[in-house]
Design a protein around this ligand. Structure first.
Ligand SMILES: O=C(O)[C@H](O)COP(=O)(O)O
Length: 251
């Protein structure tokens, strides 16, 4: 309907550590060549569906930033207004950052692995401030008060730090009837989907988001999804990729 709102969620294309099956979190890895191709294809899917973004919101991590640049450049929307925020960053994976998912599963067992990876309120162990994979002293977070700078996060923590941005930045753009593109990460988008669809703390554990395939939400006058769960612009590819994300660690 003409007066509904258009929101597109796009998880970054395959990253170098996705390909190596490593927990990534806030570590600022780049895309693989496949991830770059996924991003370009994501742009084409948007164009073919008639969803030309008017405004872009990204995390401050290069895999999301570059995914949005490749996708938008492909459809001549590279010029649209852009905001970047740590609030859309991937979940901070704490001491698991840099760890192999299969080794973590083997070392700690399925129950602990799934608690750390997909529970709502159990964070991984804290990452030391001086760890090689810590961002505690990264200049891009210098303005972040110490008490807000994470050393690990559970999904509930991500919901808490993402929602202020939803209400203060994303909702105003939607209400202005701009087509909003959010280029972010598996868990920051799981947090947003949880809010949009009202997914329970228990049920969110089963939700996985594939790389590089746009997820379109038409939102009604109350900013509720017209189609629960939204619509992947390539449903078949999404179904296959979701299964692969779910089974990471079991390689
Ligand atoms: O941060 C990471 O490791 C991934 O981007 C997300 O990993 P997950 O799907 O294992 O949460």
């Amino acid at each position: 309907m003409a007066d509904n709102y258009r929101l597109v969620l796009l998880r970054h294309g395959e990253s170098a550590w996705n390909a190596k099956n490593l927990f990534t979190g806030w570590v600022d890895v780049d895309l693989t060549a496949q991830g770059e191709e996924e991003a370009i294809r994501g742009g084409r899917l948007l164009r073919d569906r008639g969803l030309l973004p008017d405004v872009l919101h990204t995390s401050v991590l290069r895999r999301a930033i570059r995914t949005s640049q490749l996708a938008l450049n492909e459809i001549d929307r590279h010029w649209i207004p852009t905001s970047r925020t740590w609030r859309l960053n991937e979940r901070h994976y704490g001491a698991l950052q840099g760890k192999d998912k299969a080794q973590t599963l083997a070392e700690f067992g399925e129950e602990q692995f799934m608690l750390w990876r997909r529970s709502y309120d159990v964070p991984p162990p804290l990452l030391a401030e001086d760890d090689e994979y810590s961002q505690y002293h990264d200049p891009r977070y210098a303005a972040l008060p110490i008490e807000l700078r994470p050393r690990t996060e559970c999904l509930a923590d991500v919901v808490d730090r993402m929602l202020p941005y939803w209400y203060d930045a994303l909702v105003p753009d939607l209400l202005a009837h701009r087509t909003v593109l959010v280029a972010a990460h598996g868990n920051s988008l799981r947090a947003l989907v949880k809010h949009l669809d009202g997914v329970s703390d228990a049920d969110i554990a089963a939700l996985n988001i594939p790389t590089g395939i746009p997820l379109y939400y038409e939102l009604d006058a109350d900013l509720r999804p017209v189609t629960p769960g939204g619509e992947y612009l390539d449903p078949a590819a999404a179904a296959e990729a979701i299964e692969a994300v779910k089974n990471q660690g079991k390689k």
